[in-house]
Ligand binder design. Structure first.
Ligand code: ADP
Length: 496
């Protein structure tokens, strides 16, 4: 058997209990609740009303509600009462009331009728809530929205449309050149460049379906004055259940950056074109120059062979010079041709074992190594890289040939070593030769630049220029430093 159910109170007793419950709720409510009769005379006043307006119940009950209303709003209260008497309810709306100390309070106010025992309206009850905090927060948010140097807009997100601009800050109107009213009437799609619209349409569709929460795009928009401006837009869906959805757009004017990028791209294209033209020119010129030069050498040789005997000492010396200089010129043209071929005749890149290329170079240089009594040491394994095998062989050949050629009084010792770090391989070719004046470090990598006369050391001045071109074509760098204990260290770094 359960507990005996308490007897259900009936009639007036029940009404009294319910009234008491309601009164307790009203007393403890956080809303300022007051009731007034049909003549707007205050009948009751809860604690929250005491706190909000500063009057005690004793001070206001029996007085007209007009004491709470700012002079310019006096008519408002009569209207409320009239509407309630006509059977309306008044949902929360924002207005102002005056506290005992004269402070004007922003409040959110709702009103409802009080019915008498026979159902007739005998008065009006109003609930008021202080909204000064909310207003301040809203004002602050608006100021932040306004004060930022970025265009901000709230845009509706709808499927199959660019949406509508629901709210914009002043930077946005400044950027676009339109007034807020004009912007509100404009569909963002209307001012988007046709070439960018298709791309953005896909992104908007993805926002609308929820497939993505945000996107960033660089696009062209038409300014009010008609010119196309580049803008960077970031759109982020607002976390809101509202339908249609809305997104917050951040907009930056990137016209200047785009102009600079465009100028850079054009400059790069021009540079690449003129480089290619120069390569072509060097190739054609050296190729065409070779033919008369070969003939010149041949005639000089024939002259020497046929008439050399008949010439005096001086004549033979001059002829010797002609043959020597023709040979030197041929070497220079050959090197120039090789230099231009680093780009124009580059074969398809493949995996290159640098050790193999070094060994091939050493085999080619074997007679010179033997002749000079040079020693070449290779320390540690060499890496494998992507690139042109023939060019890496040439790189080693040039560097080691120089290391031997520019030797000091000591027999040449060349050391090849390698290191890995920072995403690149560095390969060093160190010698114990005559060394290089540090002030001339850069110059020696230029075309036809030499630090010595032909009498001291023969050469075309193209070897290191070719090395630099090969390394740079493979995305690397090359430089020279004095080696510890005399001599030079040539180092090239290649991306891993
Ligand atoms: P070349 O050897 O035909 O003169 P390079 O371009 O190979 O042309 O070298 C340019 C100049 O750099 C050389 O004339 C020489 O003065 C200097 N040089 C190059 N390698 C070395 C080295 N290992 N030691 C000293 N000087 C060097």
């Amino acid at each position: 058997m359960g507990e005996p159910t308490p007897p259900v109170p009936a009639g007036e007793e029940r009404f009294a209990i319910e009234s008491e419950h309601l009164a307790a709720i009203v007393r403890s409510s956080d809303d300022a609740i007051l009731s007034k009769d049909r003549n707007a005379i205050i009948q009751s006043w809860n604690e929250a009303a005491e706190r909000l307006y500063g009057y005690t119940a004793a001070e206001v009950v029996g007085k007209s509600v007009a004491i709470l209303i700012p002079p310019e709003r006096q008519g408002e209260e009569l209207e409320i009462v009239a509407r309630i008497l006509a059977g309306e309810r008044i949902e929360h709306y924002e207005t102002e009331r005056v506290a005992k100390d004269g402070t004007v309070l922003p409040v959110s106010l709702a009103a409802s009728p009080i019915h008498g025992a026979n159902g007739e309206i005998v008065g009006v009850s109003t609930q008021a809530r202080d909204v000064s905090e909310t207003r301040r927060a809203l004002r602050e948010a608006e100021q932040r929205f306004e004060g930022v140097p970025i265009g901000i807009a709230v845009i509706s997100v709808e499927r199959g449309s660019f949406g509508k601009l629901l709210q914009v800050n002043s930077e946005m109107t400044r950027l676009m050149g339109y007034t807020p009213e004009e912007l509100a009437r404009l569909a963002p799609g209307e001012i988007t460049h046709p070439d960018d619209a298709a791309r953005e349409r896909v992104l908007i569709e993805e926002l609308a379906t929820g497939a993505r929460g945000s996107y960033a795009i660089e696009k062209r928009n038409r300014h009010k004055d008609g010119h196309w401006m580049w803008i960077g837009v970031t759109m982020s869906l607002l976390e809101d259940e509202d339908s249609p959805r809305a997104a917050l757009a951040h907009v930056l004017d990137i016209t200047e950056r785009k102009k600079a990028e465009l100028a850079l791209a054009t400059a790069r294209e021009n540079l690449e074109r003129s480089n290619a033209e120069l390569d072509q020119f060097a190739y054609v010129a050296s190729h065409d120059l070779k033919e008369p030069l070969i003939l010149l050498s041949a005639y000089a040789r024939m002259l020497d062979e046929k008439y050399g005997e008949g010439l005096d000492e001086e004549g033979r010396t001059f002829l010797g010079h002609v043959r020597h200089e023709a040979g030197r010129m041929k070497a220079m043209i050959d090197d120039l041709l090789d230099y231009s071929r680093v780009e124009t005749r580059a074969e398809e890149a493949c995996t290159v074992d640098l050790r193999e290329m070094l060994d091939t170079a050493l085999r080619t240089l074997a007679p010179r190594i033997e002749e000079t009594g040079a020693r070449v040491e290779v320390q540690g394994p060499l890496p494998t890289v992507e690139g042109s095998p023939a060019q890496f062989e040439r790189l080693f050949r040039n560097l080691i040939a120089n290391a031997i050629k520019f030797h000091s009084d000591n027999p040449p010792v060349v050391t090849v070593s390698t290191q890995r770090g920072d995403g690149e391989w560095t390969v060093c070719v160190r010698d114990n030769g005559i060394g290089i004046d540090p002030g001339k470090n850069e110059r020696i990598f230029e075309v036809f630049q030499r630090l010595h006369s032909q009498d001291e050391y023969g050469g075309t001045g193209m070897g290191l220029a070719i090395c630099k071109r090969i390394v740079e074509r493979h995305g690397g760098r090359i430089w020279v430093e004095p080696a510890a204990g005399g001599g030079s260290t040539f180092t090239f770094a290649l991306p891993e």
